[in-house]
Design a protein around this ligand. Structure first.
Ligand SMILES: [Zn+2]
Length: 250
């Protein structure tokens, strides 16, 4: 796309299989998998566009089982530019979510509700689901923990406030690991007591499904993400430590 290679890892096939299995419906499963991949692609394109605009270099965009990544070989030179680059993805997802959710109501159909004796608007389910997916994608990525965009936003924002790269990375990684421990602890507590984080009444349908996926005891997503945050944070810190030490040695 515009000279930028877009690659899909084989594990994307697993994502499609998972969507089919969890939705229990061929049409919906394929639709959701397609929407999710398109949403991730647009999210990564937003990161890439801002990175390139600020003089960074993007090698390719990779789609994988747990999301996507813009492979950036050269970051924009200034910290505030990196902040904007990291914010561009979630901003794109949230803007898409707003447009899709608005569209789902605008294109909804009027149905007569016998309980309240009133005519209600039933949102268009296709647009609503796509909207909720993008809302989830945007919010999830704003969690201030590596490898989510929020971690990068926090680190570069700290650099804007005058912290060195190593200090800023250390703080950002520790914040992320704190969140990971809290998240895993919450899941373990739910697992042991059987009490789950209650889903607010306002969240229904597909939103409730996403809620269950994130906070449910049966869902292994929570401990998996907590583990991923822990490992990726540690690796990021080790990498910055090594490059800082090499810079000092040179
Ligand atoms: Zn992102």
């Amino acid at each position: 796309m515009a000279g930028l290679p877009i690659r899909a890892h084989l594990s994307v096939g697993l994502l499609v299989v998972y969507m089919l299995w969890s939705m229990g419906h061929l049409g919906w499963g394929l639709y959701l998998a397609a929407v999710l991949l398109a949403s991730i692609l647009l999210h990564e394109l937003a990161h890439s566009a801002v990175a390139i605009a600020f003089g960074g270099r993007v090698v390719s965009i990779e789609l994988q089982l747990l999301g996507g990544a813009a492979m950036i070989s050269r970051l924009p030179p200034r910290a505030w530019q990196e902040t904007l680059m990291a914010l561009a993805g979630p901003a794109c997802s949230l803007a898409l979510a707003a447009a899709l959710l608005f569209g789902s109501v605008a294109l909804g159909r009027e149905v007569f509700d016998p309980w309240s004796q009133r005519v209600m608007v039933e949102a268009n389910p296709y647009l609503a689901m796509a909207g909720f997916l993008n809302l989830g994608l945007g919010c999830f990525n704003l969690i201030p923990a590596f490898p989510m965009d929020g971690g990068r936003v926090l680190r570069s924002a700290l650099e804007c406030f005058g912290l060195g790269k190593l200090r800023a990375t250390t703080v950002a990684v520790r914040v992320g690991q704190g969140i990971a421990v809290l998240w895993a602890g919450l899941w373990a507590l739910s697992f042991l007591t059987g009490v789950e984080v209650p889903c607010p009444d306002a969240v229904t349908g597909f939103g409730a499904y996403l809620w269950e996926l994130v906070f449910g005891v049966r869902s292994l997503l929570m401990p998996l993400i907590a583990y991923m945050i822990w490992v990726v944070g540690r690796r990021e810190l080790a990498y910055v430590r090594a490059t800082t030490a090499m810079g000092a040695w040179r």
